[in-house]
Structure formats: C-alpha cells, structure tokens
Design a protein around this ligand. Structure first.
Ligand SMILES: [Zn+2]
Length: 331
C-alpha cells in the first residue's frame, strides 16, 4: 500500500493538488502514520477539504499522544503541542456518524480497550472502534478499506475477498469457494481440487465472514502445500544432485517464502510457495539448495546458482522477487 503514502500525498501538496493530497493522506492513515499531521494541516486550513477544526484537533492530538515522553522533547512534537493548544477551544469529536457512498453510515467510537480498529456491522450502520489515541479518521479509512461495497461487484483480490463460486487455478491447486448446503464450513481435497463450502446463510458482505473464510482457505492450502512442496524439492534435488536432510512445510516464514537452515539440514518452504508457477517454484528450490554451498546473496551465490540450475533458473529466481504478480492470496 506504499502508493498511498505520505510521500505521494506530499508531492501532490507541493504541486498545489490539494484534493489528491488529502485523498492520499486519508488512504494512508492505515499504513503510514506520517499522513496524520499532514492531514491535520489540510483540515486546519481547508486545503483540498472543507475546513474542519475539530478534525484538525483530533488528528494533531492523536499524533502527539502516540509519541513517547522522550520524543516530546524534540521540536517536531513541540510544534504539534503548539498546534493542539491553539485549537484548545474547539469542541472534540465524540461519536460521529458519517455517510460513505456505497457503504452507508459509519460511526466511529473511541475506546480505551481496542488494539486495532474493530468493526461491527449493524443493520443500518457500521460501528468502528478506535483506540483513544487514534484519529477519528482512522476508523473511516478502516471502513473504506475493509467493508466491501454492497452495490459494486468485487472479487477476491489482494485483499482476500471471496464470493460464491470463487475459483483460483494455479499450477498446483484449483481452489473453489462456494456456498454450501449446511450450517457449517466444510472443506475437502481431492487431488489438486481444494474445495471450501461456507455456511448456507453466511453473508459475504461482512468483514468477519470474509476473514473466517480466508482462515479456512489458509488451512486448506496448508494441507495441499504439505502434499505438493516436499515432492517438488525432492525432484529438483535429485535432478541437480544437491542433497538435503529434511524438508518442512510451514504456514508462514517471517519475510521469506523459503529458507535453508544449516547448509541443507532443514529446508523450510511456506504455503505461499504453492501459488508459484511450476518453473518458478523449481527455481526457488534451486535457490535454496544453492545455499548449501553459499550463504547470503553475493555474486558468487548467483554464479553457483547458474552452475547448478542454468541461466533460466537464475532469471526466474530474479523475477520471483521483482514481480508482484504472485501471490494471489496472502496465505
Ligand atoms: Zn536466499
């Protein structure tokens, strides 16, 4: 989500394109705290948005309140403090309902007890709770980002959203998500076909339903990964004649898709690898097996990789991390 960062917003701001700037800052609230004070500035002066001093005050104070005591001594936070003090007489935001096109009424309530924004979909409004120190607008951004629009079509994309009849075909599995005939979730694997049936009355517009389906999909594909990945690694290892001791399929690996521990004692592959095209997955296996000889990713590592797997594997391995095309699902 880096395209919605404070940096891009600031570029627009400098060009005098205030509406685009505000839009970037608002969307960035969920990912980039640098947006908060910029947005405060825009609300205070009415740049790209109708002037709203309560909003400015809310944003300035959430920025200030999220800092540590030591940070508060530096000039940036002292500047924030001044901005807050100047708006002291402005009334606070409490629970305010805002209508969002395609979603409906969203009400944001501050609470001292939430770790992240939480959402409840009531019949005629969506209630979002944010922490005391978080800005009011964070709740709105959260709703904008996570609540599927009820009148526009949506599919499962980078945000992991599913619809009845969702199908994802890759080289190693065919995932089908559809409405079942019972009140519970049913999953089954038959060869490459991985099926998940969600309860017959489930409402897919609800974020928590989507989240639950996604959790079930993760479990299903983890099972499939355990069927597929060890075999691929074994075949590649035999082909390039580089042995290893143990292959482990794991749900996730912190910031890697695969990892080689102790020069081939154990090679871990995460479920995510299952989504790779056949050749790219093989290239990844070659990459990991190359680590039996060389740690790190210096030039000599790639020379060895080419020696073992050829130029094609090298190219595929390089593109693996360049292209953002996969994974389709964050599993
Ligand atoms: Zn590596």
């Amino acid at each position: 989500m880096s395209i919605y960062s404070s940096k891009l917003g600031y570029q627009h701001y400098q060009e005098g394109e205030y509406q685009q700037a505000v839009s970037c800052f608002t969307k960035g609230l969920l990912f980039d705290w640098g947006c908060v004070d910029w947005l405060a500035h825009c609300y205070k002066h009415g740049y790209g948005v109708e002037q709203d001093l309560s909003m400015a005050k809310d944003l300035y104070s959430s920025c200030y309140n999220s800092s540590t005591c030591i940070q508060r001594r530096n000039s940036y936070f002292q500047g924030l403090r001044k901005q807050m003090d100047a708006l002291q007489h402005i009334p606070d935001y409490q629970a305010i309902t805002r209508y969002i096109d395609g979603i409906g009424n969203v009400r944001v309530v501050k609470s001292r007890n939430v770790i992240e924004p939480r959402m409840r979909c009531n019949q005629d409004e969506i209630l979002v709770t944010v922490e005391d120190s978080q800005p009011f607008l964070l709740g709105i951004s959260y709703a904008l980002y996570y609540v599927p629009r009820s009148n526009s079509e949506w599919t499962c994309d980078g945000q992991n959203r599913y619809y009845d009849g969702y199908t994802l075909q890759t080289d190693h599995f065919r995932l089908q998500v559809q409405r079942g005939t019972t009140d519970s979730y049913v999953s089954q694997i038959d060869g490459e076909l991985c099926q998940l049936f969600f309860p017959k009355n489930a409402c897919l517009d609800y974020f928590y339903v989507q989240k639950f389906i996604h959790r079930k999909v993760k479990d299903l594909l983890f099972k499939r990964a355990k069927q597929v990945l060890p075999g691929v690694l074994r075949r590649v290892s035999e082909r390039i004649k580089v042995p290893y001791e143990e292959c482990e399929v794991v749900r996730t690996l912190y910031s890697y898709a695969a990892r080689n521990y102790d020069q081939g004692k154990r090679i871990a592959l995460s479920t995510t690898c299952l989504q790779l095209p056949k050749e790219s997955l093989e290239a990844l296996c070659i990459h990991e097996l190359t680590h039996n000889f060389i740690g790190g990713h210096r030039a000599e590592f790639y020379h060895k990789l080419i020696e073992l797997g050829g130029k094609e594997a090298y190219q595929l391995d390089k593109n693996l991390w360049k292209e953002d095309k996969w994974p389709y699902l964050q599993i």
